[in-house]
Design a protein around this ligand. Structure first.
Ligand SMILES: NC(=O)c1ccc[n+]([C@@H]2O[C@H](COP(=O)([O-])OP(=O)(O)OC[C@H]3O[C@@H](n4cnc5c(N)ncnc54)[C@H](O)[C@@H]3O)[C@@H](O)[C@H]2O)c1
Length: 381
């Protein structure tokens, strides 16, 4: 494996996953060697490589995408750099893992999906939350009909890290680099979960707010923020269900609260990352005098958690989500089948965001324009 952008936040999480995945899932998975870490900042790249177990550091990502000794290219750069690196990797026959959102706009995401499909390699996008056991259990309940007909998805991702007006300007506040603000950064995760649980989004109505129009630059002075701090969406799904999504990275008091509910005509599920090892389940089939949300504590009897600890209730954490995702990717590479979520899923989310941004501009409902991917449009869900 070679990783690009590995000196940053995600470089650390992905490195941990490569280090732990075979200890958790066993030697049935392909052997993983952390061969090379690239980052434009060579000093931090060398430090990160030594610390996270990579054999070498480089400041040129082509040393990874074009190297004979690399099979899998992992891209953890800011969003605007994903496409060039992923397409180059695909053209050189590599498997590609790319962080989310796949790209800053849907056209670019489509080009990436086409290139990845044409390469014949396995591709995965870093929507790690759908790999989480509670999401898999929610999906299982929906497929088993325990909620009856799933009528409504209510999702949110709240955070308050951007509330501080002194938080320095970074790539996340630039539309040309990030594509969108809270909507693309944290909202893309919720929209992926909405698709995972409910199917494709048909049309969307959106409203965005930017609370702080400028932020201090790390090098001095101020820079203009041209992305959303908060966005509210109403959704209509292809299957007829409805939904709403709220994202806000300036929501005082919230720390990584990704959450959702699915309301069906015979029951519902509810999840919040504040209690990541619990899924709440309500069933209309319960006796009326004892109906209420029950708390299902996730453990070895639940899909996606089974490979971890034999004792129920010990709990998994954020880093484990990456190990679960990487185990999917390595399994797909071993079995020569598509990984989920693949680049087509990354594109579908980019298309919903594209429609949401258009809706915010036009102040009205916008249909999601889904590109025809032909052979590449494998439904990886
Ligand atoms: N899946 C998740 O839960 C999750 C969480 C956080 C971030 N992300 C995504 O991961 C990506 C990286 O986010 P981050 O928080 O790690 O950012 P970061 O700013 O901490 O790290 C990015 C790194 O990429 C390097 N870099 C920038 N341009 C480069 C280039 N052209 N070539 C090589 N290196 C380059 C930077 O020097 C930096 O070290 C983003 O796409 C982000 O949306 C995903």
């Amino acid at each position: 494996v070679g990783i690009v952008g590995g000196a940053g936040f995600m470089g650390r999480l992905h490195s941990l996953a490569y280090g732990s995945v075979r200890a958790i899932y066993g030697d049935g998975l392909p052997r993983v060697e952390r061969r090379r870490l690239a980052d434009v900042r060579i000093g931090p790249a060398q430090v990160a490589a030594a610390r996270y177990g990579w054999a070498e550091a480089t400041d040129d990502w082509r040393d990874i995408t074009r190297a004979d000794d690399i099979d899998l290219v992992d891209i953890v750069t800011p969003n605007d750099a994903h496409a060039e690196i992923a397409i180059d990797a695909a053209r050189h026959g590599k498997h590609v893992l790319c962080e989310k959102p796949l790209a800053g706009d849907a056209e670019t995401a489509a080009a990436m999906a086409m290139a990845a499909a044409a390469s014949g390699g396995v591709h995965q996008v870093g929507f790690v939350f759908r790999a989480w056991p509670a999401m898999a259990l929610a999906k299982q309940y929906i497929l088993e009909g325990r909620l009856g007909r799933a009528l409504y998805f209510r999702g949110h991702f709240f955070h308050d890290y951007a509330l501080d007006p002194m938080l320095p300007f970074s790539w996340r506040f630039r539309r040309d680099v990030a594509g969108a603000g809270a909507l693309g950064d944290i909202g893309s995760h919720v929209l992926d979960l909405a698709r995972y649980l409910m199917g494709d989004v048909e049309r969307v109505l959106g409203r965005s707010m930017t609370f702080l129009g400028e932020r201090p630059r790390p090098e001095g002075g101020v820079a203009r923020v041209d992305v959303d701090d908060a966005t509210d969406l109403l959704l209509e799904f292809t299957g007829g269900a409805r939904g709403s999504v709220q994202v806000n990275w300036s929501a005082a008091g919230y720390k990584t609260d990704l959450g959702f509910e699915v309301w069906g005509d015979r029951g519902s599920v509810r999840f919040s990352w504040q209690q990541p090892n619990e899924l709440l389940f309500y069933s209309c089939a319960d006796e009326p005098d004892s109906r209420g949300y029950r708390t299902v504590i996730l453990g070895p009897e639940h899909v996606r958690a089974e490979a971890f600890w034999p004792t129920p209730g010990l709990g998994l954490g954020y880093a484990d989500a990456f190990a679960i995702s990487v185990s999917d990717l390595l399994t797909a590479i071993r079995d020569r089948r598509p990984a989920a979520p693949g680049f087509a899923d990354g594109l579908r989310v980019a298309e919903v965001i594209e429609a949401a941004l258009a809706s915010v501009r036009r102040r009205g409902w916008v249909d999601v324009a889904r590109r025809d991917l032909g052979e590449a449009s494998l439904d990886t869900r």
